[in-house]
Design a protein around this ligand. Sequence first.
Ligand SMILES: [Zn+2]
Ligand SMILES: [Zn+2]
Length: 242
Amino acid sequence: MKLELERIPVWDGVRSGSECYVCDLMGEAQSDAINFYLGSSVMNPETRVRVNENGFCPSHWQMLLAANKPQGLSLMADTYLGTTRERLRDSLADLSRAKGRRSAKAAVARFAEQIFRREAGCLVCTAMEGRLMRYLFTTAYLWEQEEEFRSALLVSKGFCLHHFVLLLKRGQEAVSKGRYDAFVAEMTRLETENLDRIARDLHWMTQMYKSENRDKEWNGSEDAHRRGVDKMTGLHRVIDPV
Ligand SMILES: [Zn+2]
Ligand SMILES: [Zn+2]
């Protein structure tokens, strides 16, 4: 698979000193996608069809609601709910007609499957996923192709664990076959060094709450709990990344 390279954002990211520049870029991707569906594009018939068809996941519906644009949101929710009810009409009828436990259970199972299918395919998650794949691909590709990028990456703070594993997977397509093991080993060394650093900061933070350490310096560990959690889980994650 050959993806479009995202050189500028990835280069900016690697130089930013962030704990995971992929998290930062995904935050931007999310805002862009949310703003798109809050803007005038919602009135575009093609966009409306896609919204009715796919909708949004619970957290992205909530993000759209939080933006406080009731007019546009009511239009989208109106036709999305209409489409949803249309799709569910038969299984709702089956639910109300079910006779006996066995038939009721079967109707509930069919209905549940339909609901879960309806909840999948969030348009914001899908837009973010496309960008995520390009950022990861570009990172792995530039690691091999540009020595200057590789040097900058190796002195960066690495990635959150979630994006680290996705980067390793994406590297299978972006890095040539003979260098994939070197890519995995080098990225793992970078990640391990940075996990060691976070672990030291986090442990020091716990020590600072002890009375005997009252006069000691924080040494930049004041926010280590936050950085530790973010490093483990990542921010702005999409549902079911490839
Ligand atoms: Zn991340
Ligand atoms: Zn979503």
